[in-house]
Design a protein around this ligand. Structure first.
Ligand code: ZN
Length: 333
């Protein structure tokens, strides 16, 4: 039986239950946050309490697991996440990796293949430790890898992260989620590079694929074996809910419900819009929260003809398969 590491420890993948495959708890610009947020506008106790409340509420409406791809570059703080996970019934699965649209963090730029100092890729060592030993001295292990390819003209830094993710995936067997840009269709390049690296494409979620309504693009990715992240429900500026629903229905009609997963890419707090981020976001994107799928999207999908079985594939079976043992098992036909 396949098992997956959560913040609280190992569980059977069969026990993940309904799962949102891309939700952040907090997204913070870490160094800025520590210097200008902490002691200023950030109230640690209140924010943690609010997160606990939101995750308890999420469990009561039927979501049992969230998959949190908050890695280096997005303010990962495993100690804060552990204190929240201890208080909520929802399982939280965490990631390792680097999130950048361009440059690498400076501590990687001079070390590794093709750099001044050369040597082995240091990202692989860091990612592997997170997966096999635990994150930041804790016993919480990362269960998947995450990186970003936002621009079609990929920088050497972004490509290095992607290849380090692929190689760590090959060494450890853990799956991958890659943030992509649907307008620039960077999912194609991700598939191409991961193929070169010998990655198992059935262990790839093409993050933010759901921003696209281009069925040819989406089917091309799914036919390569990848799972489509229909994962920004509520982010209407990129693609309104009605269009996201239509695209899922069209793909399901073509037999792709075994290669889609659902989520919001929401968070309890993201500092990208400043200290009053949550007030601003509530005003301009009122549906960008953990509950939009359960409350609004699933009824809309059912109304449009999606069956309970197909919903269960997208929320339960596909996430469980993604976190199940690597290669040769349950490769999509
Ligand atoms: Zn995200």
């Amino acid at each position: 039986m396949a098992e997956v590491n959560t913040v609280r420890g190992t569980i059977d993948v069969e026990d993940m239950g309904p799962t949102l495959m891309h939700e952040h708890v907090f997204v913070l610009t870490q160094e800025h946050f520590e210097n200008f947020g902490v002691g200023q506008w950030w109230d640690e106790g209140a924010r943690v309490e609010q997160a606990v409340e939101k995750l308890r509420d999420l469990f009561t409406i039927g979501i049992h697991t969230i998959v949190d791809p908050t890695v280096i570059g997005l303010g990962r703080d495993i100690h804060r996440i552990r204190s929240i996970a201890a208080e909520v019934p929802v399982n939280i699965i965490v990631a390792t990796g680097v999130y950048t649209y361009g440059d690498l963090p400076f501590n990687y730029t001079l070390r590794g293949p093709g750099t001044a100092l050369g040597g082995d890729e240091p990202m692989i060592e860091d990612f592997t430790r997170d997966i096999t030993e635990g994150i930041a001295g804790t016993d919480t292990k990362a269960a998947f890898l995450k990186c970003a390819v936002e621009h079609a003209d990929m920088t050497s830094g972004v490509e290095r992260v992607l290849r380090a993710v692929a190689q760590t995936h090959r060494n450890t067997g853990v799956p991958m989620t890659v943030h992509t840009s649907s307008p620039e269709q960077t999912g194609r390049q991700v598939v191409e590079i991961l193929r070169q690296e010998g990655a198992d494409l059935t262990k790839l979620v093409v993050g933010h694929a759901g921003d696209s309504n281009d069925l040819d693009y989406l089917m091309e990715l799914a036919d390569a074996g990848a799972i489509l992240g229909m994962d920004r429900f509520g982010l209407d500026v990129y693609n309104p809910t009605a269009d996201r629903v239509k695209t899922i229905v069209a793909l399901a009609e073509r037999g792709y419900s075994d290669r889609m997963v659902l989520s919001h890419d929401a968070s309890c707090f993201i500092d990208w819009f400043g200290p009053t981020s949550d007030t601003i976001l509530e005003a301009v994107m009122p549906h960008w929260n953990y509950e939009h799928i359960s409350n609004d999207v699933l009824p809309a999908l059912r109304e449009a003809g999606i069956t309970d079985h197909q919903i269960s594939e997208m929320l339960v079976a596909n996430p469980a398969r993604y976190f199940s043992a690597n290669v040769n098992s349950e490769t999509p036909s």
